[in-house]
Design a protein around this ligand. Sequence first.
Ligand code: NAD
Length: 344
Amino acid sequence: KKEYPHIPQEIIERVKKLREEIEYHNYRYYVLDSPVISDAEYDALMRELKELEEKYPELITPDSPTQRVGFKPAEGFKEVPHAEPMLSLDDAMDENEVLEFDKRVKKFLGLPEEAQIEYTVEPKIDGLAVELVYEDGTLKLGATRGDGYVGEDVTANIKTIKSIPLKLKKFDEDAPEIPPRIDVRGEVYLNKEEFEKINQERIKKGEPPFANPRNAAAGSLRQLDPSVTAKRKLDIFCYGVGKVEGYNFKTQWEVLQTLPKWGLKINPLVKLVKNIREAIDYHHEMEKKRQELPYEIDGIVIKVNDLSLWEKLGTKARSPRYAIAYKFQPTQVTTKLLNVVFQV
Ligand code: NAD
């Protein structure tokens, strides 16, 4: 007996096939740091699956790749649960999808269409997300995002990154006291020059080069031997907080302004804007700047500024409703690089 007699068999087969393929690519990407298809190709598979699941919601399963973030921790690393989940971001590919996001936010909050929402806008750094747990100002744990709920304990490797303080300090008299516990989130990345250098060395040794700076950063951080990580010049831009005890941030802008006063590094290009139009302008500005930046960015992240609205908006299975990644068009360089990789 057929489980879904009203759904054409080929749709059921296609959904199954897409899930298997995406799972395989997730494994290559998140566990091995070695993808075999481009991000654009991967995103197309994901979009197709999402569209089929929207059309036939009965087919959605809790373990579908559309409902989950990243991948479970790799063997060899100790597993660490995140106090608050580290989710993914929905993406927007064009202006219309960004305007739709802004409309959804207002609709969800019961605000009129002409209301203006304040957003923070930040470059979307092409690296990997980590969580830094500070207790009484001391770095106690560094973890990867993993599947969003459980990450990999990479504390020893994190401690080799010079821009990550082992102890938080008040660098500014006006800075608030350092909270007894704060989980800081950021993106660990490699700059373009380091990425090229590492790949040249790998090619010389007959090893396959990394497909992109993100995989190179992930491969460098997720090493069982921290001395390997120490040789790679990894860096970080912090962009948010998870669980915080003893201090109450009111806005995302306040988070971005306060972290550096405690010694944490944030990206210098972050900005506060008055409405979605200004966020779109920032996207154009960053797209123009992109080539000249010493590190890779693949879009911007737009976040509702008021954190009390984050609570009201809440999250979906794999992403929050208060933020969106507005991606750039894939560049020629990325495509060329991937072609090289596939020939190796
Ligand atoms: P994502 O990269 O689209 O967005 C979420 C992540 O953005 C966060 O986890 C964080 O690491 C990062 N980020 C950077 N700057 C940030 C900032 N300022 N604020 C907040 N977050 C910031 O989502 P994802 O779930 O990590 O991965 C999906 C991406 O991985 C897609 O681009 C996809 O193409 C790629 N991917 C590719 C393959 C492949 O085989 N080629 C496989 C899996 C995933």
